[in-house]
Design a protein around this ligand. Sequence first.
Ligand SMILES: CC(C)(COP(=O)(O)OP(=O)(O)OC[C@H]1O[C@@H](n2cnc3c(N)ncnc32)[C@H](O)[C@@H]1OP(=O)(O)O)[C@@H](O)C(=O)NCCC(=O)NCCS
Length: 185
Amino acid sequence: MSYYKEEFQVKGGRFIIRNADGADAPKLFDYMDHVDRETVFLAREPGEFAASYTLEQETELLARWAEGDEKLFLVAETEGGEIAATCGCFYSKGRRRIQHMAEIAVSVRQDFWRQGLGRRLMEIQFGWCQEHKIEKLKLTVVTANTQALGLYLSLGFVIEGTLRREERLADGTYLDLYAMAKFFA
Ligand SMILES: CC(C)(COP(=O)(O)OP(=O)(O)OC[C@H]1O[C@@H](n2cnc3c(N)ncnc32)[C@H](O)[C@@H]1OP(=O)(O)O)[C@@H](O)C(=O)NCCC(=O)NCCS
């Protein structure tokens, strides 16, 4: 089971950081739509998240992740019950050759940037990785995303290489990505 819960107090307010469950699905649709309109640094055009899943599918997926042991999907919830940030981390338990490796992704809604949410979410996932004997944690990030790069470098990630033209925006602009990793062992 991938359960987690804590209170996270910052200057701007108090958040509950916890694993998502099926009941969060409607709020997550709103959240994904919101953040996808705020940044080009996530790998979706606005509207694509809602087009990819039905509410039932998303509800089932979140419940499965919470019950299972291969993915911790965290949300940071405001006192008003809105989702301010998410962070998912997963690995493949049944695949001997890659079960030492996990992948992570994080996003924070713009009105909650620079309050330490991104860093705290990543740190919680590091603990989960260590409990699951993960040795290598990997992610990709747009090379121009200085905020995320600053966060990842400060947390001990290193750049492993550059992936050219990995994403193409609706206006035709290509984005390069860095492949980054943090090694625990
Ligand atoms: C990148 C992101 C997750 C950072 O979240 P955050 O909650 O604002 O980050 P934190 O407040 O925890 O800051 C952690 C560190 O990130 C770095 N950082 C954050 N914002 C930064 C900025 N504007 N410029 C430079 N570094 C920045 C700093 O190292 C910071 O540490 P410090 O506050 O001690 O200096 C957030 O900006 C975001 O969601 N951006 C849009 C989506 C995205 O790019 N996701 C990552 C995809 S790979």
